[in-house]
Design a protein around this ligand. Sequence first.
Ligand code: RFL
Length: 394
Amino acid sequence: QSVPVVIIGAGPAGLTLGNILRAASVDCVVLETESREFIEQRPRAGFIEEWAVRALQERGLAERLVQRAQAQGECEFRVDGERHRFRYAELTGDRHFVYPQPLLVTDLVREYADVRGGDIRFGVRDVALHGLDGDRPSVLYTDPETGERRRVDCEFVAGCDGARGVTRTSVPQEHGSLARYDYGVGWLALLAEAPPSSDCVVFGIHPNGFAAHMARSPEVTRYYLEVRPGEDPENWPDARVWSELRTRLSVAGAPALTEGRLIEKRVLDMHSYVVEPMTYGRLFLAGDAAHLVAPIAAKGMNLALHDALLLADAFVAHCTAGDDSGLNAYSGASLRRVWEYQEFSQWLAELLHGPSSGDAYRAGSAGARLRRILGSPAAATTFANSYIGKGVAR
Ligand code: RFL
């Protein structure tokens, strides 16, 4: 079999790319290790920036999202027993759309496979890439039903297989670089079967550690607690989680947290990485496969969507008009937004983690950071633009 593009991975990046290629009649095959049921339920992100929603809408990929997502334009910092509202939509005109990643993935799979008739193969094993530095690469995988080894020849491979995929590791080490940053903290990521306790994202800045509240749906809320890196989630029985969330997030005048069963409890070691360049021969990396951004500022899925949009247009221009300018510019164009978001996440992380670092200098600086965005209109606008992903320098 031969197609112009093989897409490895059916996350937000791979599925968005696949949908746009289908709409332009560019043939592709999507290979995914997990089952359809699994990817439609895997909980993760939930905050999508307005520019990304509008871009999906223009491609006919956001109908259900726009109908069902709640839009939020404010966040709240809670510190020293006080609450400070930050109204970024008033400053930028843009909001976040609260839409759980599994719902977006469900919509994108349905559109790709059931509406646009796209080819997607679930449960594949042992994906291997060959000939990336030549004109005719191929992808091999094991068919889950027959156990047979299958091969798809192509012009391009899109590596959309996330942080633990195979495509990034197919790039020879000497070809590029991997820049990595460790935050030195862990986050206990929690999903509670409980309605949100605030109408916006809440950042709790506390000497015990940072905490956060983010709506996911009317029935489910995400919470985060800063913990030691590598800490065992078993150290955090439900009663301890709720007690610590109350300590770090409670302020006078705010409604009490609505508690519920904790349906996810895992420790994330906060780190980020960036692969440069994001291409190797005929392989183009996109999304978490190319760059991971710790979920401090809820940026990862937005970057994955940005990559998919850029790469899709570049493949379409190549395949339909022989125009390679988009493919040549892809890595640089993506990395500008990637580094912008990396730097912002690091800046915000220091504001959130400094006060619990045990270091008086970092704590003092973090206090200055917060006062500046709350007190200076110019600083507030800069922060708001970064927070919503607007005005990335070209
Ligand atoms: P994904 O979503 O990981 O999809 C990759 C797909 O590839 C498959 N795969 C393979 N397929 C074939 N062959 C192989 N060898 C394969 N290996 C893996 C996988 O099964 C999977 O289906 O990558 P993609 O598309 O790049 O999307 C990235 C986003 O998923 C990620 O950046 C976000 O989830 C990050 N993130 C957040 N981003 C936001 O923009 N807003 C948020 O609010 C937000 N919250 C979060 C987050 C990530 C979190 N975790 C789990 C780190 C909250 C959390 C807790």
